[in-house]
Design a protein around this ligand. Sequence first.
Ligand SMILES: N[C@@H](CCC(=O)N[C@@H](CS)C(=O)NCC(=O)O)C(=O)O
Length: 224
Amino acid sequence: MAEFVLVIGSKNYSSWSWRPWLALKRTGAPFEEILIHLDDPNKAALIGAHSPSGRVPVLEHGAVKVWESLAISEYLAELFPEAKLWPEDRAQRAHARAVATEMHAGFGPLRSTLSMNIHGRATRPRDKSNLPAEIWADIERIVALWDDCRRRFGQGGPFLFGEFSIADAMFAPVVGRFRTYRVPLPESAQAYCDAIWAWPAVQEWVAAAKNEPRIPRYDVLLAA
Ligand SMILES: N[C@@H](CCC(=O)N[C@@H](CS)C(=O)NCC(=O)O)C(=O)O
């Protein structure tokens, strides 16, 4: 068995699985993946065999088991300091943790209505004219947050803090949602989305998601 085992959900739909998977990829450590399809009739038992919370992702590292996407990412940041999963500067690191946590704890309206569906395409663009106000407010907050990070901390590369960090892993599924639901974005936010999408680890996950069975109950959101 590999030293690291990451238990994840369907790649097309499991946004929480994607985040620590990207962080683990960034470390360069080899790992084994256990993928549980989110429409598997035995899903509860399959996830329950690994996860005390009944949810994925879960990282298994020998006797250590870590669940919750952000906790897994923090564990990896501690284990692999050379991967620089957080910015080196303390103030920037605090900012990166704040935006990552804001993503982890927030944006409920956006997450539930525009659920991740990487290879789905909305039948029409979603914008201010047809989205509930609280979802548009989430989108505006995310765009403002990205813009602020890019302006203040993004000089060293195309990501929120220049180099790739856990903050980018936390927002990658939002980039996927903006593509799926065809959300119009200002130029700076679109440039950030393009940089995330071009990242090889993102493309690797996206390619794998294409071959999975679709889950109809998520696909109905595309036509709303
Ligand atoms: N707060 C958790 C959320 C985990 C979560 O909700 N995972 C979903 C998949 S994306 C899940 O396990 N769902 C179980 C199910 O569909 O039964 C985290 O950050 O890891």
